[in-house]
Design a protein around this ligand. Structure first.
Ligand SMILES: Cc1cn([C@H]2C[C@H](O)[C@@H](COP(=O)(O)OP(=O)(O)O[C@H]3O[C@@H](C)C(=O)[C@@H](O)[C@H]3O)O2)c(=O)[nH]c1=O
Length: 182
């Protein structure tokens, strides 16, 4: 397992060791001990999620407020996404900045997004299966959504008119009107 860090502190890209043979492939998609040894994080995941989306779908930018905040370890089993994390930690020197990575069934990379980030992804291939582990349970009342096309964050999604949920279309707020709970 290899770990890459970025300018925005806390975000991690995990590149697992993949074993390939005549049957196909095998890899450990999560190992608590290894994660602690390599990243120094003793994560306690309580919920696993899976979604499927077609190309052009954009889910995000989502987060849950404390005490229901979530760290997320996200990956793609099949297909490809542009995955984005936006720093919304008020005291962070990189507040309002984002980092994006390509996650695909092919590269098998995983992105760890700690609490204090808004998260979203744009789907680049049909029938993309997206899986993630969360350190907190889903709590509808604590959910917030920031506009995918926020004028201050300026995310380069590579999609002009995405397919959004009704919730993301109607209930997302701009970063400049958002009072971050982090
Ligand atoms: C996220 C979630 C949704 N649901 C339900 C609520 C709703 O009826 C249906 C679809 O929910 P959503 O539209 O919120 O799904 P989605 O837009 O895929 O939400 C997800 O987006 C990505 C970007 C994230 O970061 C996740 O944390 C999560 O917010 O599933 C749960 O029961 N448990 C959950 O953990």
């Amino acid at each position: 397992m290899q770990i890459e860090r970025f300018e925005i502190e806390g975000l991690l890209l995990i590149k697992p060791r993949v074993f390939e043979d005549n049957r196909g492939y095998f890899f450990e998609s999560f190992n608590k001990q290894d994660f602690f040894a390599h990243a120094g994080l003793d994560l306690n995941f309580v919920q696993d999620n899976e979604s499927m989306s077609n190309a052009g779908v954009l889910r995000g930018l989502h987060m849950q407020a404390p005490p229901h905040e979530q760290g997320k370890l996200v990956r793609v089993v099949q297909g490809k996404v542009l995955d984005v994390a936006v720093d919304i930690r008020k005291k962070s020197p990189t507040y309002g900045q984002y980092h994006s990575v390509i996650l695909s069934g092919e590269n098998k990379h995983q992105f760890y997004i700690p609490p204090g980030f808004a998260h979203g992804f744009a789907v680049l291939e049909n029938k993309t299966v997206f899986c993630y582990k969360c350190t907190g349970y889903y709590n509808k009342e604590s959910e917030f959504s920031i506009k995918w096309n926020d004028a201050d964050i300026k995310i380069d999604w590579g999609i002009k008119i995405p397919i959004l949920s009704e919730k993301d279309e109607k209930n997302s707020v701009s970063l400049n009107t958002f009072n971050s709970p982090f």
